[in-house]
Design a protein around this ligand. Structure first.
Ligand SMILES: CC(=O)N[C@@H](Cc1ccc2ccccc2c1)C(=O)O
Ligand SMILES: [Mg+2]
Length: 368
């Protein structure tokens, strides 16, 4: 396949409600999309970097810049190109995994569309639909939180994840347990907001039967998570710390986590995400699909990934209307707590032209 050019496209998607985490509040998703044009087909990629470098070091303007100046031009040298070659071709450029993942995703989508092959088949999916959890932000009051959780349970979500931070942790978890009972699948995500000094405080979450506590400590504090794991009864799941299959193996062997949240953008692509899944499965570590408030494009790919055998916990693959009133693709709608795995070639979805145009704030054509 010959890559003839890549379009960078910025879209601005208002959220249905502010989404608050330990690192900030978002009311709008500022997304960088990629459209890879080849001699055989076109493909779409989505960069999951946030507007600001608050979840990780990457941010949207930086991703657009590194793609424009380094990553896309680096692919020009390749007469023939397939998706497996993209990340190795970019290896000399350090980091920028979310930017690299978006470029690989666009080339992979084009390649699979040309071959008439669904992404789910390519990755090794074994399910036709996946159970969906939902991520609930930090709220202004416990009452507001309980109303939000009630709505999501009514909608059919099979698992509730609460964002926590110091000052908003034990009380909201206790309130959800008291209101909705012990059978609701419940977990928490701290987005690195605690330190090892908070270990005794975090142990106060143990009586609530949580599935896991996600990324309590700094993303670089792997040994700290291993020490915390020896203190807490609640299983530790890592998100920000897991940046590749190798880092997953290291974290598992160091006892830093017993569950892994897989996000293709964070680990450098869907092909690496499959390798993370395989490494975790080899160690008997369950995984689930994390979310970065993707549009329907990234959502389609994450649902395909979530259908692999090792994804035994419900992911943050929520329906489109969890975040957006109008998606840029046909919406993903929750059915009996599940989302269907796309079966059409490539991602299986593509942008609706009018919806895409309505939220596009800029395009940049990069010819090769
Ligand atoms: C669904 C979920 O909790 N996602 C991330 C955090 C996160 C939070 C806020 C975000 C705002 C804009 C874009 C991406 C974002 C990702 C997580 O698991 O840690
Ligand atoms: Mg997380």
């Amino acid at each position: 396949m010959k890559l003839t050019g890549v379009e960078l496209r910025r879209v601005r998607m208002p959220l249905v409600a502010p989404f608050r985490t330990s690192f900030g509040v978002e009311t709008t998703r500022d997304v960088l999309l990629l459209r890879a044009v080849t001699d055989e087909a076109e493909g779409w990629g989505e960069c999951v970097a946030l507007t600001d470098p608050l979840y990780s070091s990457e941010y949207v303007d930086g991703a657009a810049d590194v793609l424009r100046r380094y990553l896309v031009p680096a692919l020009a040298a390749h007469e023939r190109l397939d998706a497996n070659m993209v990340v190795p071709a970019l290896h000399r450029f350090k980091g920028h995994r979310m930017a690299k993942a978006a470029l690989e995703m666009a080339v992979l989508d084009a390649e699979l569309r040309a071959a008439g092959r669904p992404l789910a088949r390519e990755l090794g999916a074994v399910r036709e639909r996946v159970p969906c959890g939902v991520s609930v932000g930090i709220m202004g009051s416990v009452g507001e939180l309980l109303d939000a959780v009630d709505g999501y349970l009514e909608a059919g979500y099979v698992r509730i994840k609460l964002k926590i931070q110091p000052g908003w942790d034990v009380e909201p978890v206790r309130a959800v347990r008291e209101r909705f009972g012990d059978d609701v699948l419940l977990q928490v995500d701290a987005n690195t907001a605690y330190t090892l000094a908070d270990a005794r405080h975090l142990a106060r979450l143990d009586p609530f039967g949580l599935l896991l506590i996600e990324q309590p400590l700094d993303e670089e504090d792997v040994l700290g998570h291993a020490e915390l794991a020896r203190t807490l009864a609640t299983p530790i799941c890592l998100d920000e710390s897991i940046t590749s299959a190798k880092s997953a193996a290291d974290a598992i062997r160091l006892g830093a986590c017993s569950i892994v949240n897989i996000k293709p953008g964070r680990v450098g692509g869907y092909l690496e995400a499959r390798r993370v899944h395989d490494v975790c499965a080899a160690h008997g570590v369950p995984v689930w699909a994390g979310g970065m408030l993707e549009t329907g494009l990234g959502r389609a790919a994450n649902v395909a990934l979530a259908a692999l055998p090792g994804f035994t916990l419900p992911g943050d693959t929520s329906a489109s209307d969890r975040y957006y009133r109008t998606d840029i693709t046909p919406p993903f709608v929750l059915e009996d707590g599940h989302l269907p795995v796309p079966t059409a070639p490539g991602l299986g979805v593509e942008p609706l032209p009018d919806a895409l145009a309505a939220v596009t704030t800029g395009t940049d054509w990069l010819p090769l």
